[in-house]
Ligand binder design. Structure first.
Ligand SMILES: [Zn+2]
Ligand SMILES: [Zn+2]
Length: 321
């Protein structure tokens, strides 16, 4: 199940056409401009074209987060502006309102999963310097706990105001830059454990972010240990999406810079471990790698997907990079 984040420029349906042209199994999109607070309502013609194309591709089946009815084919990524952990009441309210719009649009477009960055607590009690590593001990500090509680409150408010909606919010692992939450798997687990409707919350595992956050996945053995740790804290069945990005920054660098598959600090063993691990076969694996330029005349998304497909057959055992 390989796909990529594709552009909706010129109309949402274009992302589906492009995914089909590139032979992908799934696709991730923004459902609106990801850098603007102002939202135009979804155009009815655009929505119809999108839904018709989903039908045509046979991608319109699974609702309810994909439970039991075939793999999820379309995923949305929320706006970069949203901060559900904000301590500022106005900013928090604005974020909740925009995240609600995100879920409404997903519902209208039959998109079962909405990837969301957890948020930044913006606290000043425990400031960290950019070069300082994350402490992955599962013990959030006071600022972090306060931020996690605000995220829980935000999700509860959204869920309450949209009863019965099927789109699942997938909280994404982060590198932990600034005061961003979600670099420690315990943060994500905490949120799901504390919301009133946990079935509406899942997770997105970004290989670049996890590596830069400080989890070492550079060999098959270590990658499998990290996956086991994630599963024990967050639950493997709640892992709904992978973001497959290699990482320019080293393990623990807290740098969010994506590299082509196999060209970064995650390395092929990391991706191989996920691909060959039982249980994640039908989980969408989305590339958010650079698209500019070509490699030997082939588009980068195609090159990266081929690299991943080769890993399906590669023998495990030699625990090298
Ligand atoms: Zn990502
Ligand atoms: Zn990233």
């Amino acid at each position: 199940m390989y796909g990529s984040h594709l552009s909706i420029a010129g109309g949402m349906v274009n992302a589906l056409d492009e995914a089909a042209r590139l032979g992908m199994d799934c696709v991730q999109v923004f459902t609106k401009n990801q850098r603007q607070w102002a939202v135009k309502p979804l155009d009815a013609v655009e929505r119809e074209a999108w839904l018709a194309k989903l039908k045509e591709l046979g991608w319109d089946t699974p609702r309810n987060g994909g439970r039991g009815r075939g793999p999820v084919r379309v995923i949305s990524h929320n706006s970069y502006l949203i901060n559900m952990a904000s301590p500022d009441p106005d900013a928090w309210k604005k974020s909740v309102d925009l995240q609600r719009v995100e879920i409404e649009r997903c519902e209208e477009l039959h998109i079962p999963l909405c990837v969301a960055h957890p948020g930044a607590h913006l606290g000043k009690v425990f400031p960290r310097k950019p070069g300082e590593p994350n402490v992955l001990d599962g013990k959030p500090n006071k600022d972090e706990i306060a931020g996690l509680k605000r995220i829980v409150k935000a999700l509860d408010a959204i869920h309450k105001s949209l009863p019965g909606y099927q789109t699942i919010t997938c909280l994404e692992t982060t590198v932990g830059s600034g005061t961003n939450l979600g670099y420690d798997f315990q943060h994500l687990g905490y949120i799901r454990e504390h919301v009133r409707e946990p079935e509406r919350v899942g997770f997105c595992f970004d290989t670049c972010h996890v590596t830069a956050a400080g989890y070492d996945m550079t060999t098959s053995r270590m990658a499998n240990a990290v996956l086991r740790e994630f599963a024990s804290i967050c639950g493997s069945k709640h892992l709904k999406v992978f973001h497959f990005n290699d990482s320019i920054g080293q393990v623990g660098s807290r740098k969010d810079r994506h590299a082509h598959i196999g060209d970064g600090q995650c390395g092929l063993s990391c991706f191989q471990a996920i691909i060959q691990r039982k249980g994640y076969e039908s989980v969408p694996k989305i590339l958010e790698t650079p698209k500019e330029g070509h490699s030997d005349g082939l588009e980068w998304d195609i090159v990266n997907i081929r690299r991943l497909q080769r890993l399906e057959r590669r023998t495990v055992g030699r625990d090298s990079r």
